[in-house]
Ligand binder design. Structure first.
Ligand code: NZQ
Ligand code: ZN
Length: 385
């Protein structure tokens, strides 16, 4: 196992009716900005619950944070913050709203020319407004991690700081019942791939991390399709298990002390940045190709994955790996997400653009061994055709 420091101080309030917990989480004298997206929270009652819980607070709102949040949108929040002397943010939504609010939290107190430098120049976040989150879409883990992904002019790039980690997060599985099938699928698949990025690497004898990861993968494989099936669609037990699995998949726990890959995400981000492919749908296309292209480098973990997650025990090593990859694709298909570039209307002529953008974004040495250079990324994309 590798050395690590693990510290996740986000207080989680999990379960039905927990939105009211924000009443006591946010200091009474705070001036709060509630940030949200395109309005789903107004249709499903979440806005009302938040507004009831904040009845004794001074609060304002900023809406319109779009999926794959854009820098320009987020910068518009700074004027609202200044005008109302906001000193606390409450993000209400999915990963995009929470990521966007993390950037707003850092940008509001940034002491430089342009907060974009936090991302493009990796300027460290020296201070940030305190942030809480009400999660409405289980997927990213953003509600209790330090990262955010922001888009500017087709450049989809990430940043991270412990100062933007939400102080608390409310996870009420009931609010996920209004998600569309597409967003349910996206969430389950994103969480699955987060787990794989931290699991399917090289063995370092991290027994606990491996078994936690396998537990999350098994849970997502078991529960994901149930959230799409008519008879179990509204089952809160199913939604609870998905919501908690997605959060644990990227709250730092399973990645502590083990190598991490993230090549699938970095390549996928270019598909979203250049062509607007949903985040999870970029991952479901790239991951199987990464598994195929890196089967030698990942051989031991692929075999462990085959046995422990898919119960594949028969056949040669190569056959077992093939079967594990086929099962992964089959699971993605059951979750109704694409597994080939052609399914999102991308072809070989688009690979040049994607590879150029990887180069522009300095994604030159990806993967747990930093050995996925541009030529390997190109090969992965070709395999995904
Ligand atoms: O904007 P509203 O109206 O709220 O609608 C949203 C949005 O259109 C809707 N939605 C959310 N909760 C709902 C709901 N609709 C009905 N009922 C509900 N309860 O869903 C749509 C998608 O929301 P979004 O926040 O974009 O989805 P997701 O949570 O999948 O977030 C994706 C973003 O997170 C980033 C991605 O790159 C992408 O920008 N990621 C963040 C990570 C992190 N911070 O650690 C890691 C991930 O790998 C990922 O990169
Ligand atoms: Zn992701």
């Amino acid at each position: 196992m590798l050395n690590f420091t693990f510290h996740n101080p986000t207080r989680i309030h999990f379960g039905e009716e927990q939105i009211q917990a924000i009443r006591d989480e946010i200091p009474k004298d705070a001036r709060v900005l509630v940030t949200y997206g395109g309005g789903s929270i107004k249709q499903n009652g979440v806005y009302q619950q938040v507004s009831d819980a904040l009845a004794e607070h001074s609060w304002f709102e900023f809406s319109g944070i779009e999926p794959n949040p854009r820098y320009e949108t987020l910068m518009a929040a700074l004027e609202v913050i200044e005008r109302h002397q906001i000193d606390y943010l409450l993000a209400v939504g999915g990963g995009s709203v929470i990521d966007g609010s993390k950037f707003i939290a850092a940008a509001a107190l940034f002491e430089g020319d342009d907060p974009w430098d936090i991302i493009i120049k990796r300027k460290p976040v020296a201070q940030a407004l305190p942030l809480g989150a009400v999660l409405t879409l289980p997927a990213t883990g953003s509600e209790s991690n330090t990262g955010g992904v922001i888009t500017r002019a087709g450049n989809k790039l990430s940043f991270a700081s412990p100062l933007v980690r939400p102080l608390f997060a409310v996870l009420d599985p009931k609010v996920t019942l209004t998600l569309s099938d597409r967003q349910i699928s996206n969430g389950v698949v994103d969480a699955f791939v987060h787990t794989m990025e931290q699991y399917l690497t090289v063995p370092v004898n991290g027994k606990v991390q491996d078994r936690f990861s396998e537990g999350l993968l098994l849970t997502l494989i078991e529960e994901g399709p149930k959230a799409l099936a008519a008879e179990t669609r509204d089952d809160l037990e199913v939604r609870s298990n998905i919501m908690w699995a997605a959060s644990l998949a990227l709250n730092g726990l399973i990645g502590a002390g083990v190598p991490q890959d993230w090549a699938t995400h970095m390549i996928g981000h270019e598909m979203t940045g250049a062509y607007g492919v949903d985040h999870a749908r970029s991952l479901s296309i790239v991951l199987p190709a990464v598994m195929k292209e890196r089967r030698e480098q990942k051989r031991e973990k692929l075999l462990q994955y085959a046995e422990r997650v898919w119960d594949i025990r028969q056949g040669s090593e190569s056959e077992r790996i093939d079967q594990a990859i086929a099962n992964t694709e089959d699971f993605f298909r059951r979750m109704a997400v694409p597994v080939r570039l052609s399914e999102v209307d991308l072809g070989s002529s688009d690979i040049d653009t994607l590879v150029e953008n990887l180069e522009k974004h300095r994604m030159l040495a990806l993967g747990e061994n930093r050995d996925i250079d541009l030529s390997v990324s190109r090969q992965i994309l070709q395999t995904a055709l």
